[in-house]
Design a protein around this ligand. Structure first.
Ligand SMILES: [Zn+2]
Length: 475
C-alpha cells in the first residue's frame, strides 16, 4: 500500500467523523442516520483492523533492488550513514558509493515485517574512495585512501631515514626517484591506510629473482653478491640449509627486497669512536728469546669525530671526516720481548714476501706511495671502474671488513709474519671478519666510498704495523 492510499483512508475517516457531529440535529431513528452509522461503523471497524494488523515501514532500495525493510526513513538513513563510516574507518575516511540508495514507504502486515540487518545492507552496496595514487618513476605503487595525507606520508618516510637529532644535523633530504601523487578514485578494497602505506614504503618491494649458481659460489657468497643475508637466501629456497650443496648452473631463488623510494640524506653526524691502543715492542736482552713481558698495559682512548655524510635510505654511501676531537688519549701497551732472530719476510730484489703478494687489481697507478701534495700517501691507488672485482693479494685471514672512516668500505687482511694488506674505497665487500681467503680470491668491488675522488682501489701493504711501499712487494 502506498502513502497516497493511506491518506485517502484517513480523509475518508475524517469525513465520517464529521458526519457524527451532524447527526445531533437529526433524529437517530431516521433511516438515513441508521444507514450512515452502519456504514460508518463498518468503515471504522475495518480501518482499525487494518491499522492494528499492519505497520508502516520503508524499503531500502539499492539500484532499483528492494533490499529490505526498516521502520522509518530516518532510521534507514542513519543505518546507511553508519555503514559508510564503518567501512571507511580502517582507512580513516568516510566511504562513498556510486550506487543509488532510495527509500520507499509501505505498510506491511505485522507478521511480515522483518527488519533489515545492517550487515546485509552493507553487502549490497559497492564502495569507493577518492584517494591519492603514489607514483614512483611514473609507476603507481598504491592508492592512499585519504588524499590529504599524501604529503605527510612522504615527509614521514623521509624522516624515517633522516632521523635528525642533536648528534645528526640533516642538511637536506630528498627523493632520488621521481615521486608524484595523483588524485584517483578506486574501489575501497584497493586503497590503503596511512599506516599501511608507510609500512609498505619501509618494507620495500619484494621480488622473486631467479639466480644461476656460478662456479665457486657458496650460500654466503651469493648473499654478499646480492646485498642479502645468508639466512635470507636460504629462506628464499625452502628446505635448504647452509650445508646444502650448490652446483654450478643450478637455479635458485632470491626473495630480494628493493626499496620503492630511495631517500638521499646529506648531513653532518657526530660519533664517539674508540681509539685503539698501539702495541710497542721493545727488546729486553735480559729476557729469553721468545719470552715477553708487558711493561705497560694499554688502554683505548676516545674521540669525537664529525663526519659529513651522504646516505641513501639506511646505507651511508660516502662520508668524510670534517673534524676530530680527542676526548681521551689512548695509552700504548709496551711489550718487552727477549732478543729474537729477525727473519726478513720481504725483499725488494725478489719482489716477494712469503708466498708473494700479487696485484689485487690490474690497472694503472694513479697515485704512488709516499709524500704527495696533501700529505703522506700510505698506499698506492690503482685505477678501476666502479664495480670491478679485486682480489686478495696473498692468502690470509680477514681482520676487518666494513666501514672505516676515510677508507670507506675497506678490508684488512692478515697474512701472518706481521704482514697485512688493506683494500679501501670499495663499493661492496664480499668477505667478512674472521674469514680465511686464498690468494686471487675476489674479496670486494672497486668504488669511491670514504675520502676518495673517483673510483679506485687504495692498496696498502703493512709490515709490523707500518705501511711500506707496495711496489717493493708486488710481483
Ligand atoms: Zn689512496
Amino acid at each position: 500500500m502506498e502513502k497516497g492510499e493511506l491518506i485517502q483512508i484517513r480523509q475518508f475517516l475524517e469525513k465520517l467523523k464529521a458526519k457524527i457531529f451532524t447527526i445531533k440535529n437529526i433524529s437517530w431513528k431516521s433511516p438515513r442516520v441508521i444507514g450512515g452509522t452502519v456504514v460508518f461503523l463498518i468503515a471504522v471497524g475495518s480501518g482499525l483492523v487494518y491499522l492494528n494488523s499492519t505497520t508502516s515501514a520503508v524499503y531500502v532500495v539499492v539500484n532499483d533492488h528492494k533490499i529490505g525493510l526498516v521502520a522509518s526513513k530516518d532510521q534507514a538513513e542513519e543505518m546507511v550513514d553508519e555503514i559508510f563510516s564503518e567501512k571507511g574507518a580502517p582507512l580513516g575516511i568516510e566511504a562513498k558509493t556510486n550506487d543509488s540508495i532510495t527509500y520507499s514507504s509501505v505498510r506491511v502486515k505485522n507478521a511480515e515485517y522483518h527488519e533489515l540487518a545492517k550487515e546485509t545492507l552493507a553487502e549490497d552496496i559497492s564502495y569507493y574512495v577518492d584517494g591519492a595514487a603514489v607514483l614512483v618513476n611514473k609507476q603507481p605503487i598504491f592508492v592512499l585512501a585519504k588524499a590529504e595525507d599524501a604529503d605527510r606520508l612522504l615527509n614521514d618516510f623521509k624522516d624515517y631515514y633522516a632521523q635528525p637529532s642533536d648528534k645528526n644535523q640533516v642538511l637536506s633530504s630528498s627523493f632520488e626517484d621521481d615521486v608524484k601523487t595523483q588524485a584517483k578514485q578506486v574501489p575501497l578494497e584497493q586503497a590503503v591506510s596511512y599506516d599501511q602505506a608507510l609500512e609498505k614504503l619501509k618494507e620495500g618491494n619484494l621480488q622473486k629473482i631467479e639466480y644461476t649458481v656460478q662456479k665457486d659460489d657458496s650460500w654466503w657468497l651469493i648473499a654478499r653478491k646480492n646485498d642479502m643475508k645468508t639466512k635470507e637466501v636460504l629462506a628464499s629456497n625452502p628446505g635448504t640449509t647452509e650445508d646444502t650443496i650448490l652446483k654450478p648452473g643450478q637455479k635458485i631463488y632470491l626473495d630480494k627486497v628493493t626499496p620503492y623510494i630511495t631517500v638521499v640524506c646529506e648531513g653532518v653526524r657526530t660519533d664517539v669512536e674508540t681509539i685503539p691502543f698501539d702495541v710497542i715492542s721493545q727488546t729486553d736482552v735480559s729476557l729469553a728469546s721468545g719470552e715477553t713481558k708487558i711493561k705497560q698495559s694499554g688502554s683505548d682512548g676516545q674521540k669525537e669525530v664529525q663526519y659529513a655524510y651522504v646516505q641513501k635510505n639506511d646505507k651511508v654511501v660516502s662520508q668524510t671526516v670534517k673534524d676530530e676531537k680527542v676526548l681521551k688519549a689512548a695509552v700504548s701497551q709496551i711489550v718487552e720481548k727477549g732478543p729474537q732472530r729477525v727473519t726478513v719476510a720481504y725483499s725488494r730484489g725478489s719482489g716477494s714476501i712469503a708466498s708473494g703478494i700479487s696485484w689485487p687489481l690490474r690497472g694503472s697507478i694513479t697515485s704512488y706511495y709516499g709524500y704527495r701534495g696533501s700529505g703522506f700517501h700510505t698506499g698506492i691507488d690503482i685505477a678501476g671502474d666502479q664495480g670491478d672485482p679485486y682480489t686478495a693479494a696473498a692468502p690470509g685471514k680477514v681482520v676487518s671488513a666494513g666501514w672505516n672512516g676515510n677508507y670507506g668500505y675497506s678490508i684488512l687482511i692478515d697474512h701472518g709474519n706481521g704482514i697485512m694488506t688493506r683494500y679501501a674505497h670499495s663499493s661492496k665487500l664480499l668477505v667478512s671478519a674472521g674469514q680465511s681467503v686464498s690468494k686471487g680470491q675476489t674479496i670486494g668491488l672497486v668504488g669511491s666510498t670514504g675520502n676518495a675522488t673517483g673510483s679506485h682501489l687504495h692498496f696498502e701493504v703493512i709490515i709490523n704495523g707500518d705501511t711500506v711501499n707496495p711496489l717493493n712487494s708486488l710481483r
